[in-house]
Design a protein around this ligand. Structure first.
Ligand code: CAA
Length: 296
């Protein structure tokens, strides 16, 4: 596998393109407009600069990485020579079904089609294609160039050969792949999202404040970020969507999203991307202070 196409140039898509390109793969990054692609290129360059300044890559490796990435607004042209396509578009089942139908029509017959979905069923995505054996989940974690895990999700029809190829490829990216089966939330979000939801309930019920909850988990459990800060980082709309998938998929009330989370999403308070969630990011994503709403 040498030619990798990545669909979607948002946070996850540009991180995935960055990582493949850094490890010498030829990457076609595809999005619907040139502005999104230009923004992604700038983000990748900025993140490569951090790696150069930390001494983890050289200036030459930065240039090679950027040269390994071509950008496309036409999906058909972008996937025409792909050995692997990784879809990292918005988390919408209808959108993913449409993209996989197009990829199935335009990518070479041997190509593996992967989704970076955090919770949508791989089996459902595969059902709209003619190559279920070559459909798989490749769930990277944010920030992609830094986080070691790739959750590799086998759909009902995913073949052993496809799984073995994706496990091997993930290792070539310096990642640690873990194979899991296709049930709601897979493993990562089945465990992470109930913890985040419980942290929100703890705030909602007035047990403790934002900073207190995050400090308990950071200093008590050695988590790099507290659960409320992590929810802001992931996006509160994404957290809500994943909890709904767990709730619908298992039919168990223990996954019901906290009403405070529902309200915040309705109010457009989505975390870092909207500059306010549990924290206020008016001074930039790294300078979050507890949102005035949650101060006693
Ligand atoms: N690209 C490249 N390098 C980056 C980067 C990026 N986007 N972001 C951070 N880095 C590097 C930094 O250069 C730094 O490198 P060194 O270790 O060589 O010094 C390192 O990562 C740490 O960064 P910082 O010093 O800036 O900040 P930090 O120590 O606070 O770490 C963090 C930042 C890595 C994000 C850390 O806070 C963390 O691990 N947070 C939790 C992340 C997490 O849980 N991610 C999973 C979210 S869930 C998900 O993605 C999936 C889902 O389905 C919801």
């Amino acid at each position: 596998m040498n030619n990798i196409s990545v669909i979607g140039s948002g946070t996850m898509g540009n991180g995935i393109a960055h990582t493949f390109a850094q490890f010498g793969y030829q990457v076609n990054l595809i999005d619907i407009n040139d502005q999104a692609l230009e923004k992604a290129r700038q983000t990748i360059a900025k993140n490569l600069d951090r790696q150069v300044s930390k001494g983890s890559i050289s200036e030459g490796e930065k240039t090679t990485t950027l040269n390994n990435i071509k950008t496309f607004t036409d999906l058909q042209a972008g996937v025409a020579h792909a050995d692997l396509v990784v879809e990292a578009a918005t988390e919408s089942l209808d959108l993913k079904l449409k993209i996989f139908k197009d990829m199935d029509a335009f990518a070479p017959a041997h190509a593996i089609l992967a989704s970076n979905t955090s919770s949508i069923s791989i089996t459902h995505i595969a059902s709209g294609t003619s190559r279920a054996a070559q459909i798989i989940g490749m769930h990277f974690m944010n920030p992609v160039p830094v986080m070691k895990l790739v959750e590799v999700i086998r759909g009902y029809g995913t073949s052993d050969e496809t799984t073995a190829k994706i496990m091997e490829l993930s290792k070539k990216l310096g990642k640690v792949p873990v194979e899991v089966n296709d049930y709601p939330g897979f493993v990562a979000n089945r465990i992470l999202m109930p913890m985040i939801n419980e942290a929100i309930f703890t705030l909602f019920e007035g047990v403790a404040g934002v900073q207190e909850i995050d400090t308990v988990m950071k200093l008590g459990m050695a988590h790099p970020m507290g659960p409320l800060q992590l929810a802001d980082f992931i996006g509160l709309d994404v957290c809500l969507a994943i909890l709904n998938v767990l709730h619908d998929g298992f039919g168990n009330p223990k996954y019901a999203p906290c009403p405070l989370l529902v309200n915040m999403v309705r109010a457009g308070k989505l975390g870092i991307k909207s500059a306010e969630g549990f924290y206020d990011y008016a001074k930039g994503p790294k300078e979050g202070t507890v949102s005035a709403k949650f101060l006693n």
